[in-house]
Design a protein around this ligand. Sequence first.
Ligand SMILES: Cc1ncc(COP(=O)(O)O)c(C=O)c1O
Length: 357
Amino acid sequence: MIPHDKLFTPGPVEVSEKTLAAFARPMIGHRGEDFKNLYGAIHPRLQELFGTRQPVFLSTSSAWGVMEAAIRNLVRQRVLCCMCGAFSDNWLEVARRCGKEAEPLQVEWGQAIDHKAIDAQLASGKFDTVTLIHNETSTGVMNPLPEICCTLAKYPEVALIVDSVSSFSAVPIPMDAYQIDVLLTGSQKALALPPGFALFSVSEKAFSRAAQASDRGYYLDFLEFKKQQEGGMTPTTPSIGHIYALQSKLDDIFAEGLTNRYERHARTNALVHEWVRARGFEFFAAEGRRALTLTCVKNSRGIDVARLVRDLREKHHLVIDGGYGKLKGLTFRLSNMGDETEQTVAYLLRCLDDCLG
Ligand SMILES: Cc1ncc(COP(=O)(O)O)c(C=O)c1O
């Protein structure tokens, strides 16, 4: 591997040599048998990973492409945006820019979304769609998806769009059992692929919504994806390199086993949590609502976060994040997602100790 600074940021994350080799494979045409075979070979494993019998789509866009598309394909008139951090807050603005009426269900950063608050909003009958970010990467909060999905089940006329960008494949999210209408993720988080690619699946309810939406565009029209997937293809020229890298990663994921993978993420996350407590720091995310793939550490010791980030990079060639947006300097974020193990996370923590002195 070319010498480089290793990313422990909560996306993008370190990409393995094996994945990079797959990413750099010679090209194939995307309208021929080779591509159909490639997509066909990975599709059943993608469905297993998504916990769905619905088709899984490959989008040559980052996650935001699909987040915006879900609004355009699904929202009839008014969407309730569950907001608890930078990414979920921004979804409201995106919905409004798509010409939809969007209302916030806002909680303080660091807190999780309460399913009872969603229930109270939906009882008004005003909303046809809900957006939710499962793992709010900016604050390190994991929202209680099972409870929220149970609440949504009371409102069959409301569609649920879930962003699982920083939890997908590290935490089980059975899309069909949870009755999620759009489940989407990005490539550069727990899947540990290069950035710039997204995956998503769409329920039957969401397809019928899309069929009624007159302004869903072309590039990310869910019905185009459906039609093309039936023939083993994507609507437009896809990033073939990403799909080869995904194939290689799926080999790794299923060789490890899904349960082992979920448990590995839980163990490496627990190591980070122990370190946070032992070093006298606090957590930014509320107790019981903390992500399993990253930790947003509250700078309760008043350290110079920018200096820590710089020293770690200069001395140890490791990169962490010094806080997202308005949390810059007030927090720092450590990722344990992707291919990280107890050994590699323990090494990161030792290097942090070295820099903290
Ligand atoms: C939870 C979440 N959603 C959405 C995004 C946006 O992803 P992208 O910039 O790849 O479109 C991110 C990026 O970090 C994220 O963490």
